[in-house]
Design a binder for this molecule. Sequence first.
Ligand SMILES: Nc1ncnc2c1ncn2[C@@H]1O[C@H](COP(=O)(O)OP(=O)(O)OP(=O)(O)O)[C@@H](O)[C@H]1O
Ligand SMILES: [Mg+2]
Length: 337
Amino acid sequence: MIVVQSIETRSLKKIYNSNTIAVNDISFSVEEGEIFGFLGPNGAGKSTTMMILTTLLKPTSGSAFVAGFDVATEPKKVRQRIGYVQQEITIDEYLSGRENLLLHARLNHIPKDQMRGRIDELLELVELKEKQDDAAITYSGGMRKRLEIAGGLLHRPKVLFLDEPTVGLDIQTRQKIWEYIKKIHTEYKMTIFLTTHYMEEADRLCDRIGIIDNGKIQAIDTPKNLKNALGSGIITLLIENKIAAAGLVSAIRKIEFVRDVTEHDGKITVFSSKGAEVAPMIFSLSTELGVTIQSISITEPTLDDVFISYTGRDLRDGNSSSYDQKKEHRKMKGIRA
Ligand SMILES: Nc1ncnc2c1ncn2[C@@H]1O[C@H](COP(=O)(O)OP(=O)(O)OP(=O)(O)O)[C@@H](O)[C@H]1O
Ligand SMILES: [Mg+2]
């Protein structure tokens, strides 16, 4: 089977104002037909990467290819083959939904005899047919985003770029947008490259995920493999006497199947390859050491756990104080970074 790469970057780097390294030597590829997600906190370098891939920004060094063309030397060919839905809403609020799409179609040189058909088809797809003649100013946030996505699809791109397609929307609207993205993918079978802050979004939509932080790709794989790499059960226990935590933590670290242990304020989290076998061992250890366990639970790893394990922080808290510490710890444990 021949695997065609829709997107490829080679040692891509972007330095703003000669001092901010936004994208730091990243190399990755996305196969044709994949939904690929770029997951990372604020300022990670997601939009910068996307702007380079969509030809809006020149890289400082390295190269990038989209739909088979070099973004630096053949930007026009790239532009003809991609759709780009920006992070910010760009529709004209004073035009109706249909008028917005007409304008978009004209700007993209869609043949006149095909305009009407394509607009009808897309309004149907994003369920805006009934509202097509209302001014976009009357649309909700979710409806505006759906209109933007329809606009990005008018010229039938081979690769669709969605920068934070659901940021700022409520959970129900977010889920609706996810449905549309899935539907678009099934219908048009194009490659989709999206960036997101939302773990759930990445988990549900993406075939593969790249975790980006500080301009570097920290991990890249399918959501399933990323979660499996953390083990088969994360054990969380709360202990009564916090002072005794350190002793218990170092004892747990010595258990054969344990990969990593973190402790914060009496809450101990154990990453292991065999959760069900490790839990009883933790019980015996705590009895031996005279530590009382208040509660214990075993959960399957989520992408949140994956993100924390690679970056040392929660995607939402934006706190980098534990970042270096955590990375150091990973290095010591020999976990790939
Ligand atoms: N035009 C610019 N000039 C200077 N620095 C910039 C510019 N655009 C972005 N940056 C910086 O580059 C880094 C990466 O920014 P980028 O917008 O790519 O991140 P992001 O992952 O998209 O973040 P967000 O989640 O907030 O959208 C940040 O440190 C940001 O401050
Ligand atoms: Mg961004």
